[in-house]
Design a binder for this molecule. Structure first.
Ligand code: ZN
Length: 507
């Protein structure tokens, strides 16, 4: 140590200013000072960024979890196909709590059989230590880049070796290191600024998510942790699979296909991908439709039962109660002009009830079937899945009878059909509904809040298009501005009780 100090002094004198040395205390700091000043001088000379050296205790504290992470990363890549840079910070933060949690917990286990009260005293501080570890883990997992997807298996391992071989020369040269630090810092700053505005997905308390599947329908209805009822699959398997993964759905007890048009069933294999599907519900009026036949063959091959929807059938999954309200078995499914309209009008229509409100999922119903439904029995709903992507074939009486406050429209940007029709948007506004569109806002979530339900758009990535129908003028990046709050419905409208039958239910 003395030798090192002596060298420091000699070097300091030889290279330039020595004020720090002669005025400073004769201890290790003197060495650091002169050494740093010398290096700063040479950095200035080269015009390069020089980071201040880390204090020794910080370097040591970081080195241990970093070394542990380096050791386990190849195993994690082989097993899980991901890299977790955030683990270093998380391990650093939980390190002080690990020993107390382990030792106190172990002590409590030893003491408990002979002295339960003493064990209780030991468990309380152990609980705080464990609580800290859980808190850090929860916080860390939500950080940007908490986990970086990485190819799994041997290719992933090879890529990891390659990345290390590239990183080592970069980190060894000061100039390259400065560039690398600047790039990483800029990327982190960009993500940290964008992420908090974008918020987590799905939002807390979500009840239903309308996926942005382009031109088509794909809905996810909450059915408990990791589970959801899926209503239609959109046209593209990859898009539907991605939307379900974003929401964290790996179990689908029920898949409802409203009707066998490609924009509603084309993505079915995306729902089946790595997921258990309990049963598929289809419309009773789909005899001879080409898409329907293909789906039946596919489901039979996978031994997934296919059920025919009949009005009044009701299921309860987690927070959601679903009731089939259409098509009526006696309607014959033969109204509307042209084959397309006939199939649309035979859509399975679901009424979904939650503790805080309800929704009507109207498939692609057109005017005739909407009027038919209106005359069969009254339906009330807080949220309307606007039938047929907001086409102009809507019954004003039917839409008005629902008493809904928000309309969700699943529609592709720039579609050839002219959906949603300006006349329908005008009608919905006149009826007092706030309109939310997937082509403008991306995925839409219906959430249960403190005082009722709200609609939260996910936002289209890095787009600055206007959200909603111009009421709020909010942009995609201002998600919270686009929320439509809906007060809890009055008791007479949706009385929630086990004895209660929904008003849409046929008696
Ligand atoms: Zn459609």
């Amino acid at each position: 140590m003395d030798d090192a100090q002596a060298h420091g002094r000699v070097d300091g004198r030889a290279d330039g200013p020595t004020d720090g040395l002669t005025d400073g205390p004769a201890d290790g700091r003197a060495h650091d000072w002169t050494d740093r000043r010398r290096e700063e001088g040479s950095s200035r000379h080269r015009g390069l960024l020089r980071l201040p050296p880390l204090p020794r205790w910080v370097a040591e504290a970081v080195a241990v979890p970093a070394a542990a992470q380096v050791a386990v990363t190849p195993v994690l890549v082989l097993m899980a196909g991901q890299v977790t840079p955030v683990a270093v910070i998380a391990n650093l933060l939980v390190a002080p709590a690990v020993a107390p949690a382990t030792l106190l917990g172990f002590g409590a286990a030893l003491v408990a059989p002979v002295w339960p009260d003493g064990a209780r005293l030991l468990v309380i501080p152990a609980g705080y230590a464990v609580g800290w570890i859980i808190t850090v883990a929860r916080w860390a997992v939500n950080l940007p880049f908490a986990t970086v997807p990485w190819p799994a298996g041997l290719p992933g391992l090879a890529l990891l070796v390659l990345a290390v071989l590239v990183a080592i020369p970069i980190l060894r040269r000061r100039a390259w290191r400065a560039v690398a630090v600047t790039v990483v810092a800029a990327a982190l700053a960009a993500v940290l600024v964008i992420r908090p505005i974008a918020g987590p997905w799905p939002p807390k308390g979500w009840l239903m998510v309308m996926c942005d599947v382009g031109q088509g329908d794909g809905l996810i209805v909450a059915a408990g942790p990791g589970r959801a009822v899926v209503v239609d699959t959109g046209p593209d398997p990859a898009i539907m699979d991605k939307c379900l993964r974003r929401v964290g759905v790996d179990d689908v007890p029920l898949l409802v296909l409203t009707h066998a048009h490609a924009d509603h069933v084309g993505g079915i294999s995306g729902v089946l991908r790595n997921r258990r599907v309990g049963a598929v519900v289809v419309s009773p009026h789909r005899d001879g439709s080409e898409g329907g036949g293909r789906i039946s063959t596919m489901l039979a091959g996978r031994r997934i039962p296919e059920w025919t929807a009949s009005p009044g059938t009701r299921w309860r999954f987690g927070p959601s109660e679903l009731t089939v309200v259409a098509p009526a078995l006696d309607s014959g499914g033969s109204y509307g002009y042209g084959e397309g309209s006939e199939i649309n009008n035979a859509s399975v229509v679901l009424h979904v009830r939650w503790r805080s409100g309800s929704a009507l999922l109207g498939g692609d119903l057109e005017t005739e079937a909407q009027d038919d439904l209106l005359h069969r029995f009254p339906i009330r709903a807080d949220i309307l899945k606007t039938p047929h992507h907001g086409s102009n074939r809507q019954s004003p009486e039917f839409l008005g009878s629902l008493g809904a406050r928000a309309a969700l429209i699943s529609v592709g940007a720039g579609n050839d059909y002219g959906h949603p029709a300006p006349s329908t948007l005008g009608l919905l506004r006149r009826l007092g509904l706030t309109v939310h569109r997937t082509d403008q806002s991306g995925d839409l979530a219906v959430v249960e809040g403190e005082d009722g339900m709200a609609v939260i758009p996910r936002g289209r990535d890095f787009s600055l298009r206007t959200v909603g129908d111009g009421h709020g003028g909010a942009t995609d990046t201002g998600r919270t501005l686009a929320i439509t709050h809906m007060r809890r419905p009055s008791a007479h409208k949706h009385n929630v009780g086990t004895q209660d039958r929904p008003r849409c239910h046929r008696t």
